[in-house]
Design a protein around this ligand. Structure first.
Ligand code: SF4
Length: 324
């Protein structure tokens, strides 16, 4: 018997002894890894009664919000301030992204009255700036572009509010992207989410270049429309990789950038690799500003739609605001 085989046999024997001792409770059973504690800068307020109004409107109109579906940590604050991000095209997604808690699987029919329900919610909440996002609908020939168009129009007509869209990549379908541009959203947002090296885990079925191309197309077809993108940190990326993505975003003319901390919504999603301290977010924000973005929000709780109206408002002087 060679030395290597002897060592393997010894290990096997040792494992067997441990197993017997564990089953007899002579030594402790292995415990699941302890739940990672949040650092103190990531503590958020408990749900409050002030959230009830927003909650009531969303429930009453049978709407989906990404605030709830993605278990957003800012929900207490946003909902208390009567702000929510509407998620259209259902509550089931056709993509298996590793970071996202939205259910995946069989999708439902597109509901023709949804644009009016979103518009009514915006009216009841008194929103002057409405963010509309969606689940990815690879099962629809246009990826849901026409429905986006109808939602933007309905909100505008009913409330006069500004509308920001946060879309899927429409599988790169240029006609679909054009259809959304035609509705003249006040901001066109599409998130890169992570660095290309991690796409296979974080954003499976997405294509890094395809997302850049989408933002480029918006700028080509409607140069006056501010484009926006976002990244989550804490999934194993390096700062160099993040800065490379930000530089790529600038090459396609992206104007606004959000960078926040990834938080694992439940045990079914990817674990957090690192909690980035606020000072690092500040420093990264500075570096990104120097790349030429009109506005950068970088911080642990920053999300695409967090204070989206304020972010757009701060830069709107540099853009032609679409007439309605
Ligand atoms: S940050 Fe956006 S998704 Fe999160 S609660 Fe606020 S509005 Fe909803």
């Amino acid at each position: 018997m060679t030395r290597g085989r002897k060592r393997t046999r010894k290990r096997t024997l040792l494992q067997t002894i441990i197993h017997i001792m564990q089953s007899l409770n002579i030594i402790n059973q292995p415990q699941p890894p302890p739940k990672r504690r949040l650092p103190k800068w990531l503590k958020r307020p408990m749900p409050s009664r002030e959230m009830a109004f927003t909650s009531g409107v969303v429930e009453d109109l049978n709407l989906e919000t990404v605030c709830e579906s993605a278990k957003c940590p800012n929900r207490t604050e946003c909902w208390a301030q009567k702000t929510a991000t509407f998620m259209i095209l259902g509550n089931v997604c056709t993509r298996p992204c590793g970071f996202c808690s939205i259910p995946k699987g069989k999708t439902g029919a597109v509901l023709p009255d949804e644009p009016q329900r979103v518009a009514e919610a915006a009216e009841r909440l008194g929103l002057e700036y409405v963010v509309i996002t969606c689940v990815t609908r690879d099962d629809l020939p246009d990826g849901g572009a026409e429905h986006f168009f109808q939602c933007i129009q309905a909100v505008r007509e009913r409330t006069g509010a500004q509308v920001e869209v946060l879309t899927s990549d429409f599988r790169g379908n240029r006609d679909s992207i054009s259809r959304v541009i035609e509705a003249k959203p006040d901001v066109f947002n599409h998130n890169m989410e992570s660095v290309p090296r991690l796409y296979h885990r974080v954003r499976r079925n997405a294509v890094y270049q395809r997302s850049l191309d989408l933002l480029h197309q918006v700028k080509q077809e409607s140069p006056e429309t501010p484009t926006k993108s976002g990244l989550m940190l804490g999934l194993g990326e390096t700062m160099e990789e993040v800065l490379e993505v930000c530089a790529d975003l600038r090459t396609v003319g992206c104007d606004l950038l959000t960078i926040g901390q990834y938080l694992q919504p439940s045990a079914d999603q990817l674990p957090v690799e690192r909690f980035i301290p606020p000072e690092e977010f500040d420093e990264l924000g500075e570096q990104c500003r120097s790349l030429g973005f009109s506005m950068v929000a970088s911080g642990p709780f920053v999300r695409s739609s967090y204070h989206a109206g304020e972010m757009a408002g701060e830069v709107s002087s540099g853009f032609t605001v679409h007439s309605r």
